[in-house]
Every structure is written in C-alpha cells, then in structure tokens.
Design a protein around this ligand. Sequence first.
Ligand SMILES: CC(=O)N[C@H]1CCN(c2c(Cl)cnc3[nH]c(-c4cn(C)nc4C)nc23)C1
Length: 280
Amino acid sequence: ESNGRKEKRWSLTDFDIGKPLGRGKFGNVYLARERESKYVVALKVLFKNQLQQSQVEHQLRREIEIQSHLRHPNILRLYGYFYDQTRVYLILEYAAKGELYKELQRCRVFSEKRAATYIASLARALMYCHEKHVIHRDIKPENLLIGSKGELKIADFGWSVHTSSRRRTLCGTLDYLPPEMVEGKEHDAGVDVWSLGILCFEFLFGTPPFEAKKHSDTYKRIARVDLKFPSKPVISAAAKDLICQLLVKDSSRRLPLQKVVNHPWIVNNADASGIYGHTS
Ligand SMILES: CC(=O)N[C@H]1CCN(c2c(Cl)cnc3[nH]c(-c4cn(C)nc4C)nc23)C1
C-alpha cells in the first residue's frame, strides 16, 4: 500500500506491446502502452530460468525494492512489476530520447556545457540516493538514458545495494570500478563519486581514463590512479580540477557530492535546469 493507494496487480493483458527498445542479458525491453490510460512505458521482460541459472534473483528483488521507492527527476521510475509462469516483467518509465552511450558515440565527445549539465544532474541524483543509504555501484554510459526534455535518467539499479555492502562478483567492464572494488576491499558511497569522475572524463575525451587492451592493465591503471589528460580536445583547467578531485584513491578524500554541485566548473557550465540545450 504505497502512499495509501491500493497496489494494482498488473498483467500482460493490461498492455499493448510495441517495438523492442533494447536487448539485455536476461531479456528484452519493449515499448508498451497501458490500455486504459494510454500511458507509454518501457516493459523489461526477464526470463526466470536465465535469472535462476545466473543466481541473480536476489539482485532483481533488490533492484525492484530500491528503484520502486526512489522518486527523482534524474532516476528512471520503476512503476511496478508482475510475473507469469516463465517471465518477470518490470514496468519502467520510458525515456523518449534513448540511451546516452549511443548519443556519446554519435557526438564522440560532449561540450563542456553538456558534460557539466549531465554531471550536475548525476551528482544531484546520487546525493538523493546516498541520503536514502542506496549506492548504485554501476554508473556508466550504458546505464544512463535521456528523457523527452533532454534530461539524464539513471537506469538499471541491478547492482545497487543498501549500504551494508556485500562483495560482488566482478563481471563486465572494469573501467568504472574504483580501486577499492577492483582490489575487492570494503566499499561505500564513495564508489559512485569515483564513477562520476570516470564519466566526466569520458564525456569530455570520448574514452574512460584507465582504458587498456587487457583487463590486467586496466586493473593496474585504476589501482595506481594512472590519470593522464590527452592534449586533444583542449579542456578547461576547471574541468581537469574536478576530475582530479573525484579520481582519488582514498575514498574518504574524494570531493563530496555536495561540493561537486558547487564546483566552479559546474557552476559556470551546467544548465541549472539539468536540460542541455535543445538536442535535436
Ligand atoms: C537492458 C536495458 O535496459 N537496455 C536499455 C534499452 C532499452 N531500455 C529503455 C528503458 Cl529501460 C527505458 N526507456 C527507454 N527508452 C529507450 C529508447 C528510446 N529511443 C528513442 N531509443 C531507445 C533505445 N530505451 C529505453 C534500456
């Protein structure tokens, strides 16, 4: 009974299913419209047997529990879920302008104004999560979407936890992981601050800072915080200063999110509304 409303029991017959939006590891995401309200959503379909095989049911339950309680303009809403014999369905907010990583591939790099606007939105969304003792732990371009007004939305809380953190099996790209996680140590909300620094670098230069051909080399570069700024494109000293204050090995010495939103580079470049220009 969240906020007094009777929780409705959804089923597949409540929706008209549209085109596939993306293919995830455990199933696909479809454009869908709720029949009565005509409300457009993204319906994420997950196959139970694949969830069982990968033992991620507990992670999915946590994703549902966490994301359904978060309400923030830069966090993709999870409106509800339901399941049938073989699948679990997540009813998610539809982000009309699609995936941020595709936009970054298209533009190759973002302007300082666009990058600062996105970083400011992310910092505010992460402050909100941390106030609720939630750390996302998987902030990367693939998990960011763009809403109809050009605003950024954090999606996929599959790796988020309440901050009594548990060790996680390392899979997928290491690029965004902080030293304490690649070294398998205890970690806290500082992991999201680190990934904000990685993202800021990638928005401005087009690649993450510690990229290397082999996992082992990426691992070493992260552990040593082997940060080198390319000579092209030329970026402001203020942008470099923020990145250097986020990519700090000691988690407790990373710039607190409250100070990120007040950093001169953000103040001088981010569009206060969180909306970058009027992307085509
Ligand atoms: C596994 C996974 O969740 N992947 C991504 C793809 C679809 N999905 C979306 C989710 Cl979960 C929500 N909204 C979306 N909007 C889009 C989209 C819009 N356009 C114009 N193009 C796309 C693509 N995709 C989504 C998240």
